[in-house]
Write a protein of this length. Structure first.
Length: 130
């Protein structure tokens, strides 16, 4: 890869300032991690769904843009299965399909106790070369 994707995605200020880090990036795949902190909890004292969603979206962005194209999410869904009991969340993104202008990715979110927390699916619009 000719671009330093880790450095590029550190400019994603929202994800970075909320403690999310990319641990693996390659075309069509990426992994992100977030240590659960007090700032990620909602009023019920469980991880806020938006924090889980952002972690998944961050992994999707890295995986899809690492293909060398500027890709934007145009549609996504997330299914939450359970609240994390662990202290760390992992998001693993993988490409399911890619055409000339559209791509589809799935991101699986687990915690450090091995529990399957959520599944995020996104369609991206491939805009141009990065």
């Amino acid at each position: 890869m000719d671009k330093n994707w880790y450095e590029f995605f550190e400019r994603d200020r929202f994800a970075y300032q909320n403690g999310m880090r990319l641990t693996h990036i390659e075309p069509g795949m990426a992994e992100a991690v977030m240590a659960i902190e007090d700032r990620h909890l909602n009023a019920a004292n469980i991880v806020q769904g938006g924090a889980i969603f952002t972690l998944a979206d961050y992994a999707f962005a890295a995986a899809s843009n690492a293909c060398g194209t500027f890709t934007l999410g145009v549609n996504c869904t997330i299914n939450y299965f359970k609240s994390p009991k662990g202290r760390i969340l992992y998001a693993k993104a993988r490409r399911l399909s890619s055409g000339k202008k559209l791509c589809t990715y799935q991101v699986d979110i687990t915690d450090d106790e091995g529990e399957y927390i959520a599944c995020y699916t996104a369609m991206g619009y491939i805009k141009s070369s990065t």
